[in-house]
Ligand binder design. Structure first.
Ligand code: TLP
Length: 341
């Protein structure tokens, strides 16, 4: 039985083209900036996303947290949408690494309430000073939802007026661009720093990029080294990243269609799915006794993640075959029967 892995788009394996590029990669010591393949990836990413510089790092957690270290003074607040990955899923890193304090604002469908965001900015000496405004596009915990570009611009305007920098967690920025039908650089535009992952929908085995202005690059490289992210002959990884950046975005529309088909199928099976939130490659469904359901489903060869007691996340990606979603729906129907039995 073929296992259908819908836990995350991080589960994709490198394609044959990536493996070939990895085997043939020219390498050097990247800490000395002498890895030609890493240099090529960074230049390509900066060019693609319309930013001055890009720094290659092992993970999206590291690119996000290095950005926060660059922007935040200890004890300063980072305003972020509720559910933000930088707070929820980067195991306490904000407090440990930058010494920042998260202040989350309401963000239905991942779109921050602008009034709440304005009010969250502190200037009083009795409060923690605000040091940064962060967004997430697509917003993972809200359902892989897309923040409209006008909202991004308004947030940037609010930040500019208050003299604050902005950071975008764009782990799935290319999914947002695909949904919006705009070039990726439009989603990245106007932020001081942007984190983009190669190892999610784009399919690379490892790697993220921090996009930033030239002036912030030395500090970002210093923090990367401090955190153990100086990877030496990282060209073998960057080579796969180049293929991911060049060929990955074209696959995302299919991922989104598969998520839509899955969501509609789950609704037909009687599960609670907010179809308005199904915009990209994720589907969150309400399922009673989610951990038990997920365990039964795994026994039937479909893997998904339970969130808390009554939510399950399914993520589509390029390693799925055309038959996988209909097949997954059949097995989900069986798992539901068994869970309720
Ligand atoms: N997210 C993972 C889990 O951590 C939840 C996933 O499977 O979706 N920003 C966002 C919005 C992310 O979703 C993730 C990964 C990251 C950052 C961190 O990337 P990595 O895993 O490379 O550290």
């Amino acid at each position: 039985m073929r296992t259908i892995d819908l836990r995350s788009d991080t589960v994709t394996r490198p394609t044959p083209a990536m493996r070939r590029a990895m085997a043939e990669a020219e390498v050097g010591d990247d800490v000395y900036r002498e890895d030609p393949t890493v240099n090529r990836l960074e230049a390509l990413a900066a060019e693609t996303l319309g930013c001055e510089r890009a720094v290659f790092m092992p993970s999206g957690t590291m690119t996000n947290q290095v950005a926060l270290m660059v922007h935040l003074k200890r004890g300063a607040e980072v305003i972020a949408p509720e559910g933000a990955h930088i707070y929820e899923f980067e195991p306490g890193a904000i407090g440990v690494l930058s010494g920042g304090v998260p202040r989350l604002v309401p963000a239905p469908y991942g779109v921050p309430d602008l009034e709440a965001l304005r009010r969250a900015i502190h200037t009083s000496p009795h409060q923690a000073p605000t040091g940064l405004i962060a967004l997430e596009n697509t917003h993972n915990l809200a359902g892989g939802t897309v923040v409209p570009l006008e909202v991004q611009r308004k947030v940037q305007e609010i930040a500019r007026t208050a003299g604050l920098p902005t950071h975008l967690d764009g782990a799935r920025l290319f999914n947002a661009a695909t949904y919006l039908k705009v070039p990726a650089r439009e989603v990245a535009a106007g932020f001081d720093t942007v984190s983009v992952c190669l190892s999610k929908g784009l399919g690379a085995p490892v790697g993220s990029l921090l996009l930033l202005p030239k002036a912030l690059e030395p500090e970002a490289r210093r923090y990367r080294k401090m955190l153990g992210g100086g990877m030496r002959q990282a060209g073998v990884l960057a080579a796969a990243g180049i293929v991911a950046l060049q060929e990955g975005p074209a696959h995302l529309e299919r991922d989104h269609q598969m998520a839509r088909a899955l969501a509609e199928g789950l609704v037909r099976l009687g599960l609670g799915v907010d179809l308005k939130a199904v915009q990209t490659n994720m589907v969150y469904a309400r399922v009673p006794e989610a951990p038990r359901f997920v365990a039964r489903l795994a026994a039937l060869g479909v893997r998904a993640n339970a969130l808390g007691t009554d939510r399950v996340r399914f993520v589509t990606h390029r390693d799925l075959d055309d038959a996988d979603i209909p097949q997954a729906l059949e097995r989900i129907a069986q798992a539901l029967e068994r869970t309720s039995a």
